[in-house]
Design a protein around this ligand. Structure first.
Ligand code: PEP
Ligand code: MN
Length: 335
């Protein structure tokens, strides 16, 4: 962190500022120039409050030179983190495809989709039981019953399951869930993130609709700061002025995150584009961009889906896509 000292500040004011910083166990190196004095702060500045520093009259401006996140930062953890989801590894060269319906709708539906995606090569099953819908009148998910049905599919097809949580109050219901998803709308629900930091299960943290990569990494930091190191990030498209697609898939987030963090990152092309015919090109592009996996919405009858039918692939379409994903992934391994 660097502080430019206000040129009108007197000695007392500068001393007050330095005392405050040093009381936080941080060393101050002053460089006195002709017009400006610059203070270089050396030490663990992650916990320093920039707003508090800005209140000192001696401060002209403050700039962080170190990222505000530590546990997710690759600088402090050089090797890729590998997350184990019920025996399926994600990250560090382990690529996984997660697939399933947007929502669990019935026993028949989840079993049929689970069978179809497993036979096509997906190794983790998705399915929403608690659905964050824009309209309170839209289908809200089968909730506890949905989780029970998902568990039946897990046992029947021997696949780990991932499903979204909307409130920490529901955590006891997630006992048999292998990976807990934090949806885009809850990326900055800090109470929920703190609760998930105390959980001994992998977390799939989706990027918020309008959040920067650094804000997303800070949310992952919340979970890790609570003691849970098993976090997988998921890029699912962000809001832009473009309306041809549901969101805009930020594929550059993959190499950016890989540079900044050791955590695995997967891509959700379904919510990014919102249109089934566009899922395939974006899924393949995500593999080519270095993603550690994909999460794709698949339905046995997209026309009748209670949620996100327009972006859901049929089992047959998913099967075709799966083969192409394997081919691109094989090429990527040889590069
Ligand atoms: C979902 O996975 O069904 C979902 C609601 O995703 P997102 O939070 O990315 O919109
Ligand atoms: Mn969905």
């Amino acid at each position: 962190m660097i502080i430019i000292v206000n040129s009108k500040a007197n000695k007392e004011e500068i001393k007050g500022l330095i005392n405050y910083i040093e009381s936080n166990d941080i060393k101050v190196k002053a460089t006195v120039g002709v017009n400006h004095t610059i203070l270089g702060l050396v030490g663990d500045t992650v916990k320093l409050d920039i707003d508090a520093i800005n209140t000192f009259p001696a401060v002209e401006s403050v700039k962080r030179v170190q990222e505000p996140y530590k546990l997710v930062n690759r600088k402090f953890h050089e090797l890729d983190t590998i997350v184990n989801v019920g025996g399926e590894l994600i990250g560090g060269g382990n690529f996984k495809v997660i697939a399933g319906p947007c929502s669990v709708e019935s026993r028949e539906q989840i079993l049929e989709v689970a069978k179809g995606v497993k036979e096509s090569g997906a190794t983790i099953l998705r399915g929403g039981a608690f659905k964050p819908r824009s309209s309170p009148y839209a289908f809200q998910g089968l909730e506890a019953t949905g989780l029970e049905l998902l568990e039946i599919a897990k046992k029947e097809y021997d696949m780990p399951i991932v499903t979204e949580i909307m409130s920490e109050e529901d955590l006891p219901l997630f006992e048999n869930v292998d990976m807990i998803q934090v949806g885009a709308r809850n990326m900055q629900n800090f109470r929920l993130l703190k609760a998930l930091g105390r959980v001994d299960k992998p977390i799939l943290l989706k990027r918020g609709l309008a959040n920067t990569i650094d804000e997303w990494l800070m949310s992952a930091e919340y979970i890790m700061a609570g003691g849970n190191e098993n976090v997988v990030l998921c890029e699912r498209g962000i809001r832009t002025y473009e309306s041809a697609t549901r969101n805009t898939l930020d594929l550059s987030a993959i190499p950016v995150v890989k540079k900044k963090s050791h955590l695995p990152i997967i891509v959700d092309p379904s919510h990014a584009v919102g249109i089934a015919s566009l899922v395939e090109p974006m899924a393949l592009a995500a593999v080519a961009s270095g993603a550690d996996g994909l999460i794709i919405e698949v339905h046995n009858n997209p026309q009748k889906a209670l949620c996100d039918g327009a972006q859901s692939l049929t089992i047959e379409q998913f099967n075709t896509l799966s083969k192409k994903i394997s081919k691109i992934h094989d090429i990527m391994k040889t590069l």
